[in-house]
Design a protein around this ligand. Structure first.
Ligand code: GDD
Length: 319
């Protein structure tokens, strides 16, 4: 099976590539010319890489045509909710353009190709207590530019299925984390500070944003398994939540991380980290994906936190 991953060198892309290589697929990937390949260094020899800016339609079409994939996992995106408030045009432009060009490319290929478009629970926006756990039926009402961009990508996948019978799957991933996720997201933001404090690179004071929100957090490795199950068993045009169906308060996640630390750390709220609009609770129902594929998350949050903290400790290790 020839499988193409857009954004293969990113956090999620690298975990997906490892999984697909392990399963015996021929794995192709696109990355940006300026991008670090550090995340995929261990499997670099098993991969076929193409530098490609997916927001350039001509370039993308040539690359995809040359590869001739059977399946495409579309992961390349600007994925920070926080940053999307200060860079709305970049986020919306890149995410929508990349997805649209890819769907157009697939539509114009001679052979049928399955494509999985990665959306986000951020597109649901704020929910009432009655709407939790969130099902795929919930109206999309995003409150961030990132959420708007992902809602558009999800709807484009739907439209390309309805209009042109493109085999597009809509994966609505809730929060997922683990080793290699960059700072700018809450768990790496916390874990990287702990690692720097332990290494004596920062004073023992942890800067945090809004700790009151609740998020449905899964391990990235579980979420990548969900993408693969959906590719195998998901129905085209359908949307699937990928989530643990558990809501963790960010304050409690912070406490768990602090408990793993070797140092006593003071917590300091940094109002700069607050957002113009916050979603208080995101917790999804995973019934639909479980019914369709049998997928269930396996890795407990504590293991994910330990692995993520160890990843940052390795990075700031004093030699
Ligand atoms: N980033 C960050 N940094 N968030 C913080 C911090 C901090 O220091 N302190 C508190 N938070 C709060 C945020 O305000 C938010 O309520 C929550 O922690 C989670 O923030 P993020 O990790 O940035 O994730 P997100 O929920 O906004 O978006 C993530 O999940 C989406 C799926 O729901 C991202 O991974 C998206 O790419 C993904 O699609």
């Amino acid at each position: 099976m020839k499988v193409l991953i857009t954004g293969i060198a990113g956090f999620a892309g690298s975990h997906l590539a490892e999984l697909l290589v392990r399963k015996g697929n021929e794995v192709f990937g696109t990355c940006l010319a300026c991008e670090s390949l550090d995340n995929i260094r261990r499997i670099r020899r098993s991969l076929h890489l193409s530098t490609c800016d997916i927001t350039r339609s001509d370039h993308l079409f040539r690359v995809v045509k040359r590869i001739g994939p059977d399946q495409i996992y579309h992961l390349a995106a600007l994925s920070s909710v926080a940053k999307s408030f200060s860079e709305p045009l970049d986020t919306i432009g890149n995410n929508i353009r990349g997805t649209l060009h890819l769907l157009e490319t697939v539509r114009n290929l001679k052979k049928p190709v399955k494509i999985l478009v990665v959306g986000s629970s951020d597109m649901y926006g704020r929910v009432t207590p009655k709407e939790v756990p969130i099902t795929e039926e919930k109206t999309l009402l995003p409150v961030s530019p990132y959420g708007v961009s992902k809602a558009a990508c999800d709807l484009l996948a739907y439209q390309y299925f309805e209009s042109y019978r493109v085999f597009a799957l809509r994966a609505r991933a809730f929060n997922h984390t683990g080793p290699r996720q960059t700072t700018g997201f809450v768990i790496p933001d916390f874990a990287s500070q702990i690692a720097q404090i332990e290494a004596g690179l920062l004073p023992p004071v942890m800067k945090v944003g809004d700790l009151s929100s609740k998020r449905d957090v899964s391990d990235v490795r579980d979420v990548m398994r969900a993408y693969v199950s959906l590719m195998r068993r998901g129905k085209p045009g359908q949307a699937y939540n990928i989530c643990s169906q558990k809501a963790y308060r960010i304050r409690d996640v912070l406490k768990d991380l602090l408990r793993l630390s070797k140092r006593k750390i003071k917590v300091e709220v940094d109002k700069e980290r607050y957002r113009p609009a916050e979603i208080p609770v995101l917790m999804g129902s995973n019934l639909k994906i479980e019914k369709a594929t049998g997928w269930k998350p396996r890795i407990p949050l504590m293991k994910t936190l330990e692995d993520t903290l160890d990843f940052w400790r390795e990075r700031y290790k004093v030699s």
